[in-house]
Design a protein around this ligand. Structure first.
Ligand code: SF4
Length: 442
């Protein structure tokens, strides 16, 4: 079966030509998938019946399984998605599958020829007139930032373009009904949030797997609800933001990430504005240089988190490979569009990187850059050996930056109580309650 989700218009055109169909049918499938968000061939009424039947026999559209949803008291929803594995079967000359050893399977996994099953997380964060979806680009991460427990998972595997874009499709689809309420007057979302706050601190809803029962994907619901979301957005009531800040380093999975972004930013695909899509990197300089060459690209955010090489080496070992001088040169050369700012994220770790001297060094570091802003992110407490900065220390840090003309904002994370906050995405196992999650991180 050929997987269609994640394919570009050109790939779908080539796929149709290979089937003996006119190339324009590929454009029609693209439209049905991403603009109309139809995930069943039977519902793609812009295609002739005979083609829909052929597609049902030889192709598939795979959305991730929603293993669990955790609803925060602030209205955020953390999704735990299950991603299927794929395996490239090696056939011998007689056409019989060769037995694969652990070694050959590991080699196949490393080379990307097989995809092991994996779990990743995404977070949906509603606010008045706006919805933000934070998505993952890898399962786990190899970058090893010391303040981040996702790093402790190691890199499990890269996600495909389809697996990246489908996190947005599922979250949008599931929230369609809620957004209809917002169009009617914003009350529905707020009411539901306050109900949760007055009751249990956080609750797990819907698809808890029961012993012996597999949770089925929710294609029908997503399909129906995304229709209403499309209608909602057509009224201009809800602004959709996507941030690539979940598990993984996006620039170390460059091609699939760019393929997914191509679909998200294409007016004939998901149609998101590049002003509302942000890619965050730990500072992979070759990736930043490649991104600068892309025609359709999101906004760029750099996860800075330190004011000197010594400090950054200790927090983010990637700094030894791409030290601040090289990273900031790449930032200086990055071609900003007229409306664009380069964002620096700075996680405030109490007594580690939050001193007034740190703030003054940041001012010097960013002095040569045009149009920057700094987001100060208070530490989300967890099991790692860091602590929160005092609010007055954060405020002093912010004031030192703004006094020197660098716009700086304090960004409190959403969904802390369900470990959906910045850097808390490192669920190792699925349990019946978010309180039994094995690990938390920044
Ligand atoms: Fe990877 Fe981001 Fe965690 Fe660093 S902070 S280890 S880049 S997921």
């Amino acid at each position: 079966m050929v997987e269609l989700l994640g394919k570009s218009r050109e790939e779908l055109r080539a796929f149709c030509v290979a089937l003996g169909e006119p190339a324009y049918r590929g454009g029609q499938i693209y439209h049905a998938l991403y603009a109309e968000r139809k995930f069943e061939f039977a519902r793609m009424t812009n295609l002739p019946m005979a083609l829909r039947e052929r597609l049902a026999e030889g192709a598939q559209i795979t959305l991730p399984d929603v293993k669990q949803r955790f609803v925060s008291s602030d209205g955020s929803v953390r999704y735990l998605f299950g991603l299927k594995g794929t395996e490239e079967k090696k056939l011998n000359t007689a056409g019989i599958e060769e037995a694969s050893t652990e070694d050959t399977r590991e080699n196949q996994r490393r080379s990307g020829r097989i995809q092991v099953p994996a779990s990743v997380e995404a977070v949906y964060m509603p606010s008045e007139g706006r919805q933000t979806i934070c998505i993952s680009t890898q399962a786990g991460c190899a970058v090893d930032c010391h303040f981040c427990l996702t790093a402790q998972l190691g890199l499990i595997r890269n996600l495909t373009a389809g697996e990246i874009v489908s996190q947005v499709l599922v979250a949008l689809g599931e929230q369609g009904t809620r957004n209809e309420g917002k169009v009617a007057g914003l009350q529905a979302g707020h009411e539901s949030g306050s109900k949760i706050a007055s009751g249990a601190k956080a609750r797990v809803v819907a698809t808890q797997p029961r012993p012996g029962r597999r949770v089925q994907p929710c294609k029908d619901r997503v399909d129906a609800q995304t229709q209403s979301l499309a209608a909602t957005q057509a009224h201009g009531a809800i602004q959709t933001n996507v941030v690539l800040m979940g598990q993984g380093e996006p620039l170390l999975n460059f091609e699939p990430v760019m393929a997914a972004l191509g679909i998200m930013l294409d007016p004939e695909g998901l149609g998101l504005s590049p002003k509302h899509v942000t890619l965050s990197t730990s500072g992979i300089v070759p990736g930043i240089e490649r991104l600068a060459q892309e025609k359709a690209r999101p906004k760029l955010a750099i996860s800075l988190n330190a004011s000197s090489d010594e400090e950054r080496d200790a927090l983010m070992p990637i700094n030894k490979k791409y030290p601040l001088k090289i990273l900031l040169e790449a930032c200086q050369n990055y071609p900003l569009r007229p409306w664009e700012h380069l964002t620096f994220e700075y996680v405030m770790l109490g007594e580690v990187n939050d001193s007034p001297d740190d703030a003054r060094r940041i001012v010097k570091l960013l002095a040569g850059l045009q149009r920057v802003k700094v987001n100060l992110i208070p530490w989300n407490p967890g099991e790692l050996p860091y602590r929160e900065s005092l609010p007055e220390r954060i405020e002093e840090f912010r004031r030192i930056l703004t006094d020197k003309g660098i716009p700086a904002f304090v960004r409190y994370s959403r969904g802390r109580d369900v470990m959906a906050a910045c850097g808390q995405l490192a669920l190792k196992e699925v349990h019946s309650s978010p309180l039994t999650v094995l690990s938390r991180n920044l």
